[in-house]
Design a binder for this molecule. Sequence first.
Ligand SMILES: Nc1nc2c(ncn2[C@@H]2O[C@H](COP(=O)(O)OP(=O)(O)OP(=O)(O)O)[C@@H](O)[C@H]2O)c(=O)[nH]1
Length: 336
Amino acid sequence: MSDGPDPAGEPSFRSGFACFVGRPNAGKSTLTNALVGTKVAITSGRPQTTRHAIRGIVHREDAQLVLVDTPGLHRPRTLLGQRLNDVVRATLSEVDVVGFCAPADEPVGRGDQFIAQELSRLPKRTPVIAILTKADKVADPDRLGARLLELASLGDFAEIVPVSAVGPARAQGSPGIHASGSPGERSPGGSAAYQLDVLADLLVARLPAGPPLYPDGELTDEPELVMVAELVREAALEGVRDELPHSLAVVVEEMLPREDRPADRPLLDVHVNVFVERPSQKAIVIGAGGSRLKDVGTRARGQIEALLGTPVFLDLRVKVAKDWQRDPKQLRRLGF
Ligand SMILES: Nc1nc2c(ncn2[C@@H]2O[C@H](COP(=O)(O)OP(=O)(O)OP(=O)(O)O)[C@@H](O)[C@H]2O)c(=O)[nH]1
């Protein structure tokens, strides 16, 4: 594939990196998944579930867009919080374009202002596209317009665009600087998304000319172990008390094919430790008579089997690592 300019002076292929930032729950992971078209980043209704820079790759005729999904940038309260912010800053300084996500259904808050301020410190050549996410949640065009203006006032953005990764399609002609997207476009989940192709075009336009960086069809280069750990983490977070998400860390200890299995009936043994900070949290994760942990295991196993394409035996253990978020030694052990 040639990466030189075509006769009109446009490069025939672009490739590079984009990164979405935004306060927790802004919809970054969902957007990554919707653009890539498969489940690579972990989403949940709870804030702060994304702990690793997971890349999803958008393959197009004219470009390859590598999406780096980061933890939420926020005012740090613990050592873990500080480290997460460092990860985000390091990522921001390396990408070609940044997408600043803010949800349409919530007013601009201190978290958004904090991030906008961080973004204004980026080297001037890194363009920032402001993305008003969850546009489907605001039915009133005037309100959506007001939210776009509010977002625009937060910084000096290269573009501003409302999108929806899921939910019902909006009517054509709704407000917004890029309101001409294809409202009928389908998201991978089957529901109609809105303006994803417009957003992809805007991101791609900011990439340098260059050949593909990854082989065709590859969706993520995140090591399997990390993806498996994230799937367990997601399953363990479902339906638990509010304080638990921040106290959960998942480490895959081992993944080995079971010996003595017939070639046509392989089984992968996956051993996973789920770390919590206190014995009381361990009890929550395990549930009465181990019932909850069993559900978590069943859910996670299904996802892992789908990811790896092989039957899996999942061994889940819950361990207490006291106050791991505040202890540098434990943080290192858990991979932060
Ligand atoms: N209606 C609607 N809901 C959305 C949309 N995008 C995300 N959501 C929901 O918003 C919640 C948070 O989305 P995530 O993608 O996990 O948000 P995030 O910014 O990655 O969150 P962290 O990992 O906590 O930083 C989930 O419940 C999503 O289903 C959207 O376009 N429309």
